[in-house]
Design a protein around this ligand. Structure first.
Ligand code: KIV
Length: 257
């Protein structure tokens, strides 16, 4: 088993809160790694913030593999998590074939979205020795069925189902669970109930760690930023300013000659 995964510890077991981010290319992976991030996810958010798709359901396994390999070249220390894209884990056999490819590309573990509905897939991966990270709450790969991105856990029934799924994932042997866009009391209840770390995104501060899409942290996707992400810098603005300055410089030289 990859010893890096032992760093995924709950805060109550003495771990520091896990600071985790996404990366899709070599320089970003390397910068995050050198800055000391705990875990880097090559997320299928790739589709939206890098490839310009409308949602994550258009991302292929070939695209995920290409970007996982690029990030791997830059990451020496952090845990590298590969995301299984939409429709690449419909059966246990397909999940295994897809996950093995991401592991061959250098992922230390794989993440897939869902709970009870994909338990056989998760079982197959873990039986094969592939470390798995779960993902519950708002599941972006379900956008076409659900029609919109909706915060989860509003009703007692939904909260109870999320807790039940988290406990099932724990029982199956996943190493951590991403809790995306859910009411913070629900994320806190799950975090207290399970023995594996939870990593929240839009799920409040009661989780064992946090994850963000790096583009949202650095202001690199100015056309949309989720309300829970507070950009710490504005890279898109810097790029636009640099490009405008360059255009002016080139045109000034051209008109002077
Ligand atoms: O693809 C992704 O970036 C993710 C995070 C939002 C958790 O799954």
């Amino acid at each position: 088993m990859n010893p890096l995964l032992d760093r995924l510890r709950k805060v109550r077991d003495g771990g520091l809160p896990l600071a985790t981010l996404t990366a899709y290319d070599y320089p970003t992976g390397r910068l995050l790694d050198e800055a000391g991030i705990d875990l880097i996810l090559v997320g299928d958010s790739l589709g939206m913030v890098v490839l310009g798709y409308e949602d994550t359901t258009h991302v292929s396994l070939a695209e995920m593999r290409h970007h996982t390999r690029a990030v791997r070249r830059g990451v020496k220390r952090a845990i590298l998590l590969g995301d299984l894209p939409y429709k690449t884990y419909e059966t246990p056999e397909q999940a295994l074939a897809s996950a093995r490819q991401l592991m061959d590309d250098g992922a230390d573990a794989v993440k897939l979205e869902g709970g009870r509905a994909i338990q056989e897939q998760i079982r197959a991966l873990i039986a094969d020795g592939i470390p798995v990270v779960g993902h519950l709450g708002m599941l972006p790969q379900h956008i076409q069925e659900e029609g919109r991105y909706k915060k989860k856990g509003k009703t007692d029934e939904e909260a109870a189902r999320l807790l039940d799924e988290a406990q099932l994932l724990e029982k199956l042997g996943v190493r951590a669970i991403v809790l995306e866009s859910m009411f913070k009391r629900v994320a806190r209840t799950i975090t207290e109930a399970v023995s594996i770390p939870t990593i929240g995104i839009g799920a409040g501060s009661g989780c064992d760690g946090q994850i963000l899409v790096t583009h949202d942290l650095i202001g690199m996707f100015p056309w949309f930023c989720p309300p829970f992400a507070k950009p710490k810098t504005h890279v898109a603005e810097s790029i636009s300013n640099a490009v405008r300055a360059y255009i002016d410089e080139v045109r000034a030289v051209d008109s002077a000659s």
